[in-house]
Write a protein that binds this ligand. Structure first.
Ligand code: URA
Length: 189
């Protein structure tokens, strides 16, 4: 099985799409290589691009705070994104960018083999091949997915920027995170 480190080395040199032209750093992801839970966001923002680390800006702080409120240490999970380079002005990644970057995500998931994938928002869900018209159809549900013949369980919730902006969604976000971590505990026993 290839190591996360080998995959990261490829990601930082990637030129598969035009997002490479404007990046300062690609952001492969970070955390526990043997994590039971992999958290997938959308794409690096400004701070992430500058430092080459995922979720270290405002939405990252919000995510980390929510994880910690459930007693989950950030470094116990693996955190990555659907696309590894920052889209200009933080626009949503285009379909072709998600498509080009998907193989890195699938390889990372195969290498880690987590018990549960936590997909934050529509780009992460799309990248995992989940079909939906609106996030509400899949939010808070455990979905069985198959990537390169390997089966995974996935729970989809909001991207943290949504509950950050709309406080009324914070309870639902935290309750989805809590469900994900309780589910993973049940999968482990
Ligand atoms: N938003 C994301 O989806 N990922 C990051 O790393 C930062 C912000």
């Amino acid at each position: 099985m290839e190591s996360l480190n080998d995959i990261s080395k490829e990601i930082v040199k990637c030129t598969l799409c035009e997002l490479c032209l404007k990046r300062t750093n690609a952001v492969p992801g970070e955390g526990n290589e043997k994590a039971d839970i992999v958290v997938i966001g959308e794409a690096p923002g400004k701070n992430e691009d500058l430092q080459g680390r995922p979720f270290i800006g405002m939405s990252g702080k919000f995510l980390t705070k929510n994880l910690e409120s459930l007693n989950i240490k950030r470094d116990s999970v693996f955190i990555t994104n659907a696309v590894k380079c920052r889209p200009p002005n933080n626009r949503k990644p285009k379909k072709e960018e998600l498509d080009k970057c998907r193989s890195y995500l699938v390889r990372q998931l195969s290498s880690i083999n987590p018990k549960l994938i936590l997909a934050l928002g529509t780009s992460a869900a799309t990248s995992l091949g989940i079909e939906f018209k609106h996030l509400s159809e899949i939010k808070g549900k455990v979905i069985d997915i198959s990537l390169n013949g390997k089966k995974f369980k996935c729970l989809v919730t909001f991207h943290p920027s949504f509950p950050m902006r709309f406080p009324s969604a914070r309870k639902a976000f935290l309750s989805d995170l809590s469900m994900a971590f309780n589910l993973y505990k049940n999968l482990s026993t």
